[in-house]
Design a protein around this ligand. Structure first.
Ligand code: CA
Ligand code: CA
Length: 392
């Protein structure tokens, strides 16, 4: 089975200025440093190799193409804009607008993008203007690195039973893997591109989707997978074919399995962290406690979790019974919480009163009894940056 994303992707040059080969490693190093400094666990859990999968698309970017702003540019090909009065395109009968839209047009149009899954990479939503090539999503509060949004290849079929075909197309938001939404798009009477809804998205157990078709009975058939491979990852995937149908308001699953069996190679754990607050100095030493909360939500049960905390230079474990700091890190093995539950883990630290601030962070991973790591269903929630501050 193919890796993510399985639709043809834009060529690398769409994804930003080409990087000379001799700078690639440095670029990766700088990127790694930048991400590690913010303790984004994705870098640890996903190998580097930016965009290695995003190759193979035969469609070059279209520099200089003005973004579409609606009806006039969106009206071709085949739209019947304006001919049918106020009759909505979803009404059965003849004369419904032709909702077939090419990928090239989508990539230079303004599209209403539904919200992105919150348990995966997030991109821009609402009315989003695509620039004629891959759209760069700037860093934000949630992810402090850019992500890249672009459409895959569309398929066409009548999903709303109005006798005319719509466009069913993947929209991706990725860096090394990431999110996908399978969107159903149509045109209104004026020819403007309108979003019918999200057929399926990479959220919960579903982390990737593949082949898409629209059946004669208006069902969107999608091959969905439980794990998104990236960058050489060979984690076994589970795949199922599920069908989704438009009910007039949203897409609902109408065929195929509704859940995956447990994949013994894949788990879903997560971590959140509080602040590390050092108290007022006593005899030249400040003491503080960091509490992290780990979760186990689904998938294979790890034998144990490995929690790693990075602390600023000069910070030491507060006492011999505490896990000790080595090379700026504390590593602690803890039992996994009950399925669906969380556990809190606290670390006591001390540092000289002459020191302050610094960067810290924590991450977690699930490990088998033989010491090998499990793959993460959602790799983006396994790390957190930690604010370090002092009181008094
Ligand atoms: Ca239709
Ligand atoms: Ca996770």
């Amino acid at each position: 089975m193919s890796e993510f994303p399985t639709q043809p992707m834009p060529p690398p040059e769409e994804l930003g200025p080409p990087i000379p080969p001799e700078r690639v490693e440095r670029h990766r190093h700088l990127r790694r440093v930048a991400l590690l400094s913010a303790l984004v666990a994705v870098v640890i859990l996903l190998p580097l190799g930016l965009f290695v999968l995003l190759r193979g698309d035969s469609t070059p970017p279209e520099p200089g193409v003005a973004p579409s702003v609606g009806a006039s540019e969106s009206a071709s090909p085949g739209a019947t804009g304006g001919s049918g009065g106020a009759t909505p395109s979803t009404r059965p009968g003849t004369g419904a607008p032709d909702g077939r839209i090419s990928r090239e047009e989508l990539m230079r149009s303004t599209i209403q993008v539904p919200p992105w899954p919150q348990d995966n990479l997030t991109g821009l939503s609402g009315w989003v203007k695509f620039p004629g090539s891959t759209l760069t999503v700037p860093p934000d509060d949630r992810f402090d690195f850019p992500r890249y949004m672009f459409f895959g290849d569309p398929v066409y079929g009548d999903v709303d039973r109005d006798g005319a075909r719509e466009t069913v197309v993947p929209l991706y938001c990725v860096v090394q893997g990431g999110s996908g939404q399978l969107l159903a798009l149509d045109r209104d009477r004026s020819g403007r591109i309108v979003t019918l809804g999200t057929v399926v998205a990479t959220t919960g157990e579903i982390r990737v989707f593949d082949t898409v078709s629209v059946t004669a009975d208006h069902v969107v058939r999608v091959k969905v997978g439980d794990f998104q491979r990236c960058c050489g990852d060979e984690t076994p995937q589970l795949w199922q074919t599920r069908g989704y149908a438009w009910n007039g308001q949203r897409f609902r699953q109408v065929s195929g399995p509704t859940a995956f069996p447990v994949n013994p190679s894949v788990t879903e754990t997560g971590l959140t962290a509080g602040d590390l607050v050092f108290g007022a100095p006593i005899s030249g030493v400040r003491r503080g406690v960091l509490t992290v909360t780990v979760s186990y939500r689904r998938g294979a049960r790890p034998d144990h979790l490995v929690v790693t905390v990075n602390v600023p230079a000069g910070v030491e474990a507060d006492g011999a019974a505490e896990p000790q700091v080595k090379n700026g890190e504390v590593v602690l093995e803890v039992p996994p919480p009950a399925l669906g539950g969380t556990n809190s883990v606290s670390f006591a630290f001390r540092r000289p009163a002459t020191q302050s601030g610094g960067e810290a962070g924590a991450r977690v991973g699930g490990v088998r009894a033989d010491g090998t790591g499990l793959s993460e269903s959602d790799p983006f929630n396994n790390g957190a940056s930690v604010t370090v501050r002092e009181t008094g």
